[in-house]
Design a protein around this ligand. Sequence first.
Ligand code: 6PG
Length: 244
Amino acid sequence: MKPNVEILPDALALANRAAQLISTQAISINNRFTIALSGGSTPKRLYELMADPNAEYRKHLPWRRMHFFWSDERPVGPGDSESNYRMANEAMLSRVAIPEGNVHRILGEKSSAQDAADAYESELRSFFGLANDELPRLDLVLLGMGADGHTASIFPGSEVLQERERLVAAPWVEKLHTYRITMTLPVLNNATNVLFLVSGEDKAAMLNELINGEPGKFPAQAINPNSGSLTWLLDEAAASKLHN
Ligand code: 6PG
């Protein structure tokens, strides 16, 4: 499926556009709305905006029927400065009235990253009521892209790129000398909507490679929802090296 690519003037406009898209999607679904959040610096502004009492999104978003998941996490506890949960909690979740049961974080504090991945896989299976061979269908997955072409915690050359059975994996990331916990490609690609947020000039060269270069070379290129939509929101700095 061809992605929708939108270029916004700057990081703030990008966050506003993302908040607008999320509100529209969440409102259009009458039932529970399931969203996987990403870590990184780009979505922080989006989360702050969604919870901002002076912006319009907060009052329109159906917080009580929104269920929050994470596409990836670091192997740390919820209070650690590295925690993706902590970032989203401080920027958004703790600022709005959300039932505690709607926040489905990855338990990065488990004794190993593999234990955390196993526990999250069980959480997904039980929340979505999945049989062994079924995949969860998240309404929306938010993703970022690293300057090396990684997305979620799927890095170039990672064995997770080949994972077809597990819903959540715990890959070793050599360049960071750490394990990460990440949703796998079958889960990410089974979402109804996938939204990439990419901001900053340091992403420009990789973005051009991803969109105009050889396909299948970088993890972010493996995101291609089976029967869903794919949208890339870029700011002008990130899009500055795109040529058509
Ligand atoms: C994480 C991520 C990761 C992130 C990209 C982009 O836990 O770090 O989920 O995949 O989205 O690295 O991050 P920035 O938005 O900080 O550039």
